[in-house]
Design a protein around this ligand. Structure first.
Ligand SMILES: Nc1ncnc2c1ncn2[C@@H]1O[C@H](COP(=O)(O)OP(=O)(O)OP(=O)(O)O)[C@@H](O)[C@H]1O
Ligand SMILES: [Mg+2]
Length: 506
């Protein structure tokens, strides 16, 4: 066989208290899309951060076309042609796309002409079908567009190898499809891609090979066509998955959340929620399907008190809570699992205990006094109950793997016995076993009597969990929520795409 483009040989890497990579072998051929699969905390991001020059392995070697290379920094890696796009993007919000891309480019003279660079970038992105406006400022861009900027940046630096860490976790299904078409173009032009993902369908659709990590070890590498979805899942988890939880009971009468004619503005001053009315009952999951950007974030923020209502009314268990603010809603038992875990969810530089305290100290018996011993005990229990893998309770939560961050957040938000849970893409970034656990937890909370507003673009989850289903399109619900038993996928899909003349039997 031809020499691989990249060989990672016998790589080990430990962090205080964890062996993140344990004698891993990994090969990447020229012109292949290689998926990297594994449960939360199995060492995927660590392994690729080593290839991206971010971490140094404790042991093992990396070879480029058979020759040993020493990657001491991301700059080194890029010099060899290896570029990584991280789970959390690293762009400067106030700079333009062009400025972000050429930032740190050593070849650039002190004075450079934006116009000629913009032309160069437009040409480069067109070649790979990556649609970005070189003059736009980052803050104006959607998540999908930002990701394209990161990719173009790596291509501009001449990267042969592109590492993408869970790129589709933040994308709409449409954006994800576009990304895969782009990746296909790159592959055809001889570039190699490492794709970290939890979504088995993506692996089946685009990967030429897949390597599976389990607890820091590479347990298998398989060729396209030689595995089924079930086999992948089993190889990853090392056991068979439990059967899916049962769902759906009759809806209770008590209304927990009621929005009447809610109108709210988005960050850019546009109307984000437009005269929207809905009710969520105690013991009910109302699934909100829809393409991201149709008011999902604003809806969650209004209900959790983070965004004011311009018009309309919000009631919680019958009490008018319109524009009463976050704290008042927290005290009423409103939980929030937000879209960006490290932005509005957790504070990256605080440790787990402080992050748990942030949410729970208000429920303390003596207001104003914080009992750290008690907080520590509580955090320990949560970490155990929700199987959060962390080296120590005292290390900043930004060191947790993506899935473990999500678990810690869910642990905090679900443990206080909330009356209303607003969950925005709660399964994002979770491996299949963890996602199943979260589904079970949400159903458990529902059965306890919590009202749940589940916002997701994953129709599988919407259909699996919801008692009733609504579609959010351009800031309102084109048709009233439909009982899940009567809802049909095609109709929901059409409503998501903005068709309103769909027959419903709601
Ligand atoms: N900088 C760090 N300091 C301490 N521990 C770390 C650090 N980075 C990762 N870890 C730990 O190493 C293990 C592997 O983490 P890694 O981020 O590689 O997992 P992952 O497979 O990418 O998981 P996920 O699917 O959740 O993103 C985890 O237990 C994680 O907590
Ligand atoms: Mg990761």
């Amino acid at each position: 066989m031809a020499t691989p483009l990249v060989t990672m040989h016998n790589i080990s890497k430990s962090f205080p208290g964890v062996l993140a990579n344990d004698r891993v072998n990994f090969e990447l051929a020229a012109g292949e899309i290689h998926a990297l699969l594994g449960e939360n905390g199995s060492g995927k991001s660590t392994l690729m951060s080593i290839l991206g020059g971010l971490y140094r392995p404790d042991q093992g070697r990396i070879y480029w076309q058979g020759n040993p290379v020493d990657l001491r920094s991301p700059r080194d890696a890029i010099r060899w042609g290896i570029g990584m796009v991280h789970q959390h993007f690293k762009l400067v919000e106030t700079f333009t796309v062009t400025e972000n891309i050429v930032l740190g480019d050593k070849r650039l003279p002190y004075f450079w002409r934006p116009a000629s660079k913009e032309r160069e970038l437009a040409k480069l992105s067109a070649r790979f079908g990556l649609d970005v406006d070189p003059q736009a400022r980052i803050w104006q861009l959607s998540v999908g567009e930002r990701q394209r900027v990161e990719i173009v940046k790596m291509l501009y630096r001449g990267c042969q190898v592109l590492i993408l860490d869970e790129p589709t976790a933040v994308l709409t299904p449409q954006e994800a499809n576009e990304l895969f078409i782009n990746l296909q173009h790159m592959k055809e032009s001889g570039k190699s891609v490492v794709l970290i993902t939890h979504k088995l369908d993506e692996v089946l659709a685009v990967a030429d090979r897949v390597t599976i990590l389990r607890a820091g070890r590479a347990v298998a590498t398989r060729q396209r066509g030689s595995f089924s979805k079930e086999e992948l899942a089993e190889a990853m988890v090392g056991r068979q998955l439990p059967p899916r939880p049962d769902r759906r009971r009759p809806v209770q009468d008590a209304v927990t959340l009621q929005l009447d004619n809610a109108t709210a503005f988005g960050d850019a001053g546009q109307i984000a929620l437009n005269n929207l009315s809905l009710q969520v009952h105690a013991g009910e999951i109302l699934g909100i399907a829809g393409v991201a950007g149709n008011g999902q974030r604003e809806l969650a923020e209004v209900v959790t008190g983070l965004r004011p209502l311009h018009k309309g009314t919000m009631y919680l268990a019958g009490e008018n809570m319109t524009n009463r603010g976050v704290t008042a809603l927290l005290n009423k038992g409103v939980s929030h699992v937000p879209e960006d875990r490290l932005g509005s969810g957790l504070v990256p530089n605080l440790d787990a205990v402080d992050n748990v305290l942030l949410r729970t100290y208000r429920h303390g018996t003596r207001p104003g006094l914080i009992d750290y011993r008690q907080a520590r005990r509580q955090t320990e229990e949560l970490v155990k109950a929700f199987s959060v893998q962390l080296a120590s309770l005292g290390s900043p939560v930004k060191l947790l793997s993506g899935g473990n961050l999500q678990r810690l957040l869910l642990a905090r938000e679900l443990s206080a016995g909330p009356s209303l849970i607003v969950a925005v893409y709660p399964m994002r970034g979770l491996d299949i076993a963890a996602a199943e656990e979260v589904r079970r937890l949400l159903l458990r909370e529902r059965d306890r009597g919590a009202a749940i507003l589940l916002i997701s673009e994953d129709l599988d989850d919407i259909f699996r969990l919801s008692d009733r289903i609504a579609v959010l399109s351009r800031g309102s619900l084109p048709v009233p929520p439909i009982a899940a038993q009567k809802a049909n996928r095609e109709e929901i899909g059409l409503l998501m795409m903005g068709h309103t003349e769909v027959a419903t039997h709601g």
